[in-house]
Design a protein around this ligand. Sequence first.
Ligand SMILES: [Zn+2]
Length: 187
Amino acid sequence: MSKYYSEAVSREDMRELAYLIRKEFGYENVWWIPVEKLLDQMCDVFDDFSYEIVSDEEWDDPLSHADTDIFAGTIRIRESVYEKACNGIGRDRMTIVHEIAHYILICDIGLRLYSRSNGNVKCFNDPEWQAKCLAGEILVPYYKIIQYRRIPTAQRIKNLCGVSGDAAEYQLKCIKGGEASEYRNRK
Ligand SMILES: [Zn+2]
């Protein structure tokens, strides 16, 4: 989606939205979202949503693990990625939720996309940042973490939420307010 930019959405908006999504699908009180079940639930909730598991031999883009056709409302997932996600591998679970986030932001919420004429787009307007941000907030629930007097460690978040160590650390950094440097780096 790098050819586009979209309406700005802040991380605070994404946290609110992540909570509503968790609530809608019955996960507001749990840490771990079963991503493969969420895909099936989305098929029930959204008339135009579907997903497809594509065998690794048929997968045409060696650089990607999954993608979303925003016009058809279809997420395609490499079979090996889907299987690893079913086995609880954090990176692959995040890959799938990242695509779910693209679908929700564009196809459900209806954020408008504009074509991009030159390179400089702020992160809040970047569909990739937006999907990364929402996916992280869905899998690592801010509202549950801040209930603790002492914020859990990255290792604990990794195990509780089923995300990679890197993703757990990144979400912790955002929770502790360290995201300002991320914004600076992206300009
Ligand atoms: Zn993406």
